[in-house]
Design a protein. Structure first.
Lengths: 114, 112
């Protein structure tokens, strides 16, 4: 039973380019969460999605960032026109039920903006 | 705003001893509180969940307490081993927003 999968594991982008981060939740999980982690900081909630629906995007910057979880395929976190401050580790987690239950995290995507 | 505080300094203990990690929260009343382990370069791994009406929860060598009066959770690892060395994250659930809020974590180093 495969865990949460994220790809790519490492992503380097120049300022102004687009970054696409993918997350495949655990089998049977319909809830997906995205977090950002900066060095020496805690995990910061970005967005919570269910299939085809954004439930809570209150932690996601209004501009340049978007997320989706289509009926088929992985969840995508998209960052347009990346800036140096976007450099961080982005983690995806999934759960079988609502956020009150344990979350299973992927290995993360480390984004570096040069 | 909600605030979560975990021991900011690394905790160094000798193998075989009990490690105790502290998590304090302010400005909200979580209905649930979770603990995760994170190793360098990896995603967090769920360890335990405790509800506000539970005083204590155990799983093998792990024990978590939840004191809603003190607004504090304690995380214990008994008979610690070098393999327990990692960062441990506390994550209370904010009932108003239904979001897990993660602390910055405490780095535990178990010396052989």
């Amino acid at each position: 039973n495969a865990g949460v999968m994220q790809n790519p594991r490492h992503l380097v982008r120049r300022r102004g380019q687009e970054a696409r981060l993918r997350c495949s939740p655990m089998k049977g999980h319909s809830h997906v969460y995205w977090y950002r982690q900066l060095p020496e900081e805690g995990l910061k909630f970005m967005v919570y999605l269910q299939k085809e629906n954004i439930i809570d995007e209150s932690g996601m910057p209004k501009e340049r960032f978007s997320a989706e979880f289509p009926k088929e395929g992985p969840s995508i976190l998209r960052i347009q026109q990346v800036v140096r401050g976007d450099s961080a580790a982005y983690f995806c987690a999934s759960s079988p039920e609502t956020v009150a239950y344990e979350q299973y995290f992927g290995p993360g995507t480390r984004l570096t903006v040069t | 705003s909600q605030k979560i505080e975990q021991n900011s300094e690394a905790l160094n203990i000798q193998e075989g001893k009990t490690a105790t990690l502290t998590c304090n929260y302010t400005n909200y009343s979580p209905a649930y509180l979770q603990w995760y382990r994170q190793d360098p370069g990896r995603g967090p791994v769920f360890l335990l969940l405790i509800r506000e009406n539970e005083k204590e929860k155990r799983k093998e060598r792990l024990k978590v307490t939840f004191d809603t009066t003190l607004k504090q959770s304690l995380f214990h690892i008994t008979a610690s081993q070098p393999a327990d060395s990692a960062t441990y994250l506390c994550a209370p659930l904010d009932g108003a927003t239904n979001k897990l809020i993660f602390g910055t974590g405490t780095l535990l180093a178990v010396q052989p």
